[in-house]
Write a protein that binds this ligand. Structure first.
Ligand code: GDD
Length: 336
C-alpha cells in the first residue's frame, strides 16, 4: 500500500482521477490535485487536498509548479470521451500530448521518484479489431502501429515518450492500457459518455417516460470488455507498486456485445425488454475489442472482481440519482 507519500494527481477532477484521489487520500497520503476543469465540473472534490482548479497542464509552467517536492505523479489527464467524442475531436485529443510531455519534463527537473501514465486500449492496432469476437489483445498487438486515429496515436506516442524518459533520464514509469472503465462519478450525458453510462441513461429515460424503445449506436453486435472503476483503481495501484515498466492491459475478462450489455442492464433493473432502434450512422469505433489479461495476471497477480451485472447496477443507480437531482438539465458535471 502506498502511504505517507506526496502525490500529484493530474486530471483529478475527472472520472478515474477522482476515484484515485479518494483511494490514495484514504490510504494516508498527501495529495495535490489538478485539473483544467473549473471547480463546479469536478466529479469528486475533497477538502483535505490541495486542489488546483482550472489549471491547464499543457502549460509547462503549471507542470513545474505542481510537481515541486512531489514523490509520485499520476497523469490521468487528457481531453477524451467515448466514441462520440474521440471520433469527432481528433485534433483536441492529440493536444493531450502536451500534458504528458510537459509533465515528464517537469518531473525530470523536479526529480520525481515515479510517474504513471494512463494509456488506452485505443493504442492497439485497428486491423486486429475487425471481427466481432476477437482473441483478447495482447500487449504486443499495439505494433505495427495503426491505432485509433487521433486519440489512439496520442496515447501510443505518449507511451513511448514515457519509455524514453525512463531509458534516457532514469525516471521510473508505469503505463496502463485501460479497457473502457465505467462506474459512478463519470460522464453520462453531453457527448463524452461511453457506452455503459450512455445505455444506463437511455434505459433510465425509457423507464421514466414509459417508453418502449432505446436508440443504440451501430448494430449492437460490436464487442468490448468493460472494467468497473474499483477494479481499475486496484489494478492501477498494484501496477504502480510493481517493477513492471512496459505498457500493460488493465481490463476485465468479460467480453460482451453492446446488445448483451443492454440485456444485463434490463435484467438488473427489472426493465421490460426495450425495442432497440439501431443507428448505423453513429460513431462505432472498432468492431471487436477485448483485453488479454495473461500478462497482468502473471506480473501483478491481479484480476478483475466486479462483474458487469454488479457494476452496471451500481452505475445505473448512481446515474438515476443524479438525473433525479438534475431534472431535465444537463448533468452538473458536463461542460458542453
Ligand atoms: N458512447 C456510446 N453511446 N456508445 C454507444 C452507444 C451510445 O449511446 N450505443 C452504442 N454504442 C457503441 C459504440 O458505437 C461503440 O461501438 C461501443 O458502444 C463502445 O463505445 P464507447 O464506450 O463510446 O467507446 P469504445 O469502447 O469504442 O472506446 C472507449 O474506450 C476506450 C478504452 O477501451 C473510449 O472511451 C476511448 O476513449 C477509450 O480509450
Amino acid at each position: 500500500m502506498i502511504k505517507g507519500k506526496k502525490i500529484l494527481i493530474v486530471g483529478a477532477g475527472g472520472f478515474i482521477g477522482g476515484h484515485l484521489t479518494n483511494r490514495l487520500l484514504n490510504d494516508g497520503n498527501t495529495i495535490v490535485a489538478a485539473d483544467i476543469k473549473p471547480k463546479e465540473y469536478w466529479f469528486q472534490d475533497f477538502d483535505n487536498v490541495e486542489n488546483h482548479y482550472s489549471m491547464d497542464m499543457k502549460d509547462i509552467n503549471n507542470c513545474r509548479l505542481v510537481t515541486k517536492k512531489m514523490d509520485f505523479v499520476f497523469n490521468m489527464a487528457c481531453n477524451m470521451g467515448g466514441m462520440g467524442f474521440i471520433e469527432n475531436n481528433k485534433a483536441e485529443c492529440m493536444q493531450s500530448v502536451l500534458i504528458n510531455t510537459n509533465l515528464l519534463i517537469a518531473c525530470k527537473e523536479n526529480e520525481i521518484k515515479k510517474y504513471f501514465f494512463s494509456s488506452s486500449a485505443c493504442a492497439y492496432n485497428k486491423t486486429k479489431q475487425q471481427e466481432v469476437f476477437i482473441e483478447g489483445l495482447k500487449e504486443d498487438d499495439a505494433y505495427p502501429a495503426d491505432p485509433e486515429d487521433g486519440y489512439g496515436w496520442e496515447k501510443l506516442f505518449s507511451e513511448r515518450m514515457c519509455r524514453h524518459f525512463m531509458e534516457d533520464y532514469g525516471i521510473p514509469v508505469r503505463v496502463a492500457r485501460y479497457h473502457n472503465i465505467y462506474g459512478p462519478y463519470g460522464t453520462y450525458d453531453g457527448g463524452r459518455e461511453k457506452a455503459p453510462a450512455a445505455l444506463c441513461r437511455k434505459v433510465i429515460m425509457a423507464n421514466k417516460n414509459s417508453d418502449d424503445k432505446i436508440e443504440v449506436w451501430g448494430d449492437g453486435m460490436q464487442t468490448r470488455t468493460f472494467l468497473y472503476i474499483d477494479d481499475c483503481i486496484e489494478g492501477t495501484l498494484r501496477l504502480f507498486e510493481s517493477d513492471y515498466s512496459d505498457p500493460i492491459n488493465i481490463g476485465s475478462d468479460e467480453q460482451v456485445s453492446i446488445n448483451q450489455m443492454i440485456e444485463i442492464i434490463e435484467a438488473v433493473t427489472k426493465t421490460k425488454k426495450l425495442k432497440r432502434i439501431y443507428q448505423l450512422d453513429k460513431p462505432k469505433g472498432v468492431r471487436g475489442r477485448s483485453s488479454n489479461n495473461d500478462l497482468v495476471k502473471k506480473v501483478l497477480n491481479w484480476s478483475f472482481k466486479i462483474k458487469l451485472n454488479e457494476g452496471l447496477k451500481k452505475t445505473y443507480d448512481w446515474i438515476k440519482e443524479e438525473m433525479n437531482k438534475q431534472g431535465t438539465n444537463l448533468s452538473r458535471f458536463t461542460k458542453s
